[in-house]
Write a protein that binds this ligand. Structure first.
Ligand code: ADP
Length: 257
């Protein structure tokens, strides 16, 4: 379990997270939702150990995140950015192999087990045919799949994703959410994703975590959180919700003219 207690942190002298408590179970799919600038990415970076807590603490399995070595932590939590810009043009196979870095000893080369892991992950995400293509030449949806494959090759208990859906068309957003759900269910990995797509989040997540002004405004199941007054508090605008007959959870309906 990952736990943040009284977490405060930010950049330079500006505090962004203002005393935040959160726990993440390693078997759930949770979504961070909130307006721009609320502190969602900052929270993700603090939970990943990229940003140090100014006060309070973050712990993983009861041990302070600061007490983990960088490689030790990379074996526990994988990070999927919106998009990666590599200094060189790598082939898909090599991007996915990057997930194996935490397991590479000093001066070692990739082992048979590393190649097997990459092969397995590529096959499971239907990326086998793309494995020799250059990452830079892929579409947005394919790039996201490759970055998720890299995270899977990292063989962690947790995967965190930073707005991985926002550049994708609706078809690929659904595809990535379904993929994350199946990874969560079949491999029991804890997944935390920042998303601006309320309806997809509601349809696929176990828990929605609402963040506003560096604090948790509320959290709970999609049924509990997709309520008009909570959405009004979060975004400052009236959004009406109706039960989606397919998913059976409340979805927002966009207002008319
Ligand atoms: P969100 O992900 O919810 O949009 P962020 O966590 O990215 O919000 O940002 C929260 C606040 O922190 C914003 O006011 C933003 O301008 C500020 N911020 C984000 N990144 C940096 C940075 N690298 N340096 C200084 N301020 C930053």
């Amino acid at each position: 379990m990952i736990k943040a207690q009284g977490l405060r942190c930010g950049y330079d002298k500006t505090e962004v997270l203002r005393g935040l408590d959160l726990h993440l179970d390693s078997a759930e799919l949770a979504v961070l939702i909130g307006p721009n600038g609320a502190g969602k990415s900052t929270l993700l970076f603090a939970l990943l150990g990229f940003l140090k807590a100014w006060a309070g603490k973050v712990s993983l399995y009861g041990k302070d995140l600061n007490a983990y070595g960088r490689l030790e932590l990379a074996k526990q939590i994988a990070f999927v950015p919106q998009e990666s810009f590599f200094q060189f043009d790598y082939r898909v196979y090599d991007v996915v192999m990057m997930g194996r870095y935490p397991y590479l000893g000093m001066m070692q080369s990739w082992s048979q087990a590393d190649h097997q892991m990459v092969g397995k992950v590529l096959a499971s995400l239907n990326l086998g045919e793309l494995s020799q293509r250059y990452y830079s030449e892929l579409s947005g949806g394919e790039k996201q799949r490759v970055l998720i494959a890299r995270a899977l090759a990292q063989d962690t208990r947790y995967i965190f994703l930073d707005e991985s859906l926002s550049q994708l068309d609706i078809n690929h957003q659904i595809d990535i959410m379904q993929l994350l759900r199946s990874i969560n269910q079949s491999q029991g990995k804890g997944i935390l994703i920042i998303s601006h797509n309320l309806n997809l989040a509601a349809n696929y997540a176990d828990r929605m975590i609402f963040i506003k002004s560096g604090r948790i405004l509320g959290q709970g199941t999609p049924q509990e959180m997709m309520q008009e007054h909570l959405l009004q508090d979060l975004f400052g605008t009236r959004l009406s919700t109706h039960i989606n007959p397919e998913s059976k959870v409340p979805n927002i309906v966009y207002p008319g003219k």
